[in-house]
Design a protein around this ligand. Structure first.
Ligand code: DGL
Length: 268
């Protein structure tokens, strides 16, 4: 691995752009190759086996693109396919998932009552609970699948009556009552972080993975002497496995600027 090599980032679709954006902001000199599997979105209701199959195919593509690190910017893939991606990469690339950095953050806080929301596949995997309990005993972790949130965000229902009603309905449930901190276990959810904060009257610490994962990535690069020291800003390349005008529109919502999406169908 060399410092000049790019950072690979992938997600089931475009939600992982929230992580890519945070990486750009913290590490502006790094080249980033992003892959959004828009042909197979969502991963949240797929089986573990299918998520492994898609994730390893994307990781293979990012390895061919000589990425020094692969960031799995999707909770559904992080919780179901991390070990398989690590095995595939071997010594060719470092792998960072979006769950471990958030777990490390949360166990260093004083919170004892923690909630997690995410897709069905993330919540069913129990990854957050297991990892938090392994890292620190005595914490109370509750979790709940909130499957309507991804389609709601993708359809642009944000800051309106529909999104308020859905958010209120989910967050009022007993499963996640009385939490001190709520982990947004899906890379789409930062888009509605403000609304979630408002639901709790800004009384609950809402934790999303973007900045935390970017910080862990930086630590990983420094530790392995892989930080890109080029003086010029890094280059971003964005691939998607299916392209429509609609994907182009919503990419702006996640990346906060217009980007060019290149079609790359790995499954042809
Ligand atoms: N961005 C994905 C995640 O973090 C959710 C979308 C999906 O279900 O594919 O889990």
């Amino acid at each position: 691995m060399k410092k000049e090599q790019a950072i690979g980032v992938f997600d089931s679709g475009l939600g992982g752009l929230t992580v890519a954006k945070a990486i750009n902001q913290l590490l502006p000199n790094e080249d980033v190759v992003y892959f959004g599997d828009t042909a197979h979105l969502p991963y949240g209701d797929k089986s573990k086996q299918t998520i492994i199959q898609y994730s390893t195919a994307i990781a293979r593509f990012l390895l061919e693109n000589k990425c020094k690190v692969i960031v799995i910017a999707c909770n559904s893939a992080s919780s179901n396919a991390y070990d398989e991606v690590v095995e595939l990469a071997g010594s060719k690339s470092l792998i960072l998932n979006v769950i471990d950095p958030v777990v490390q953050y949360i166990v260093r806080t004083d919170y004892t009552n923690i909630g997690v929301i995410g897709t069905k596949s993330t919540i069913d995997s129990n990854s957050y609970q297991e990892k938090i309990h392994n890292a620190r005993k005595g914490l109370y972790v509750t979790s709940m699948a909130t499957p309507l949130l991804v389609p709601m965000i993708e359809e642009g229902f944000i800051y309106d009556d529909i999104s308020n009603a859905i958010i209120r309905n989910y967050l009022s449930r007993r499963e996640i009552a009385d939490v001190e901190s709520l982990i947004l276990g899906c890379t789409h959810y930062p888009i509605i972080k403000h609304q979630i904060n408002k639901f709790y009257n800004f009384d609950v610490d809402i934790v999303d993975s973007g900045k935390i994962v970017a910080g862990s990535l930086k630590d990983m690069l420094v530790k392995n002497n892989l930080l890109n020291e080029q003086a010029t800003p890094g280059k971003n390349t964005f691939y998607v496995s299916d392209f429509t005008r609609y994907f182009k529109q919503i990419s702006r919502m996640f990346f906060e600027e217009d980007i060019e999406l290149e079609l790359k169908n790995l499954w042809k």
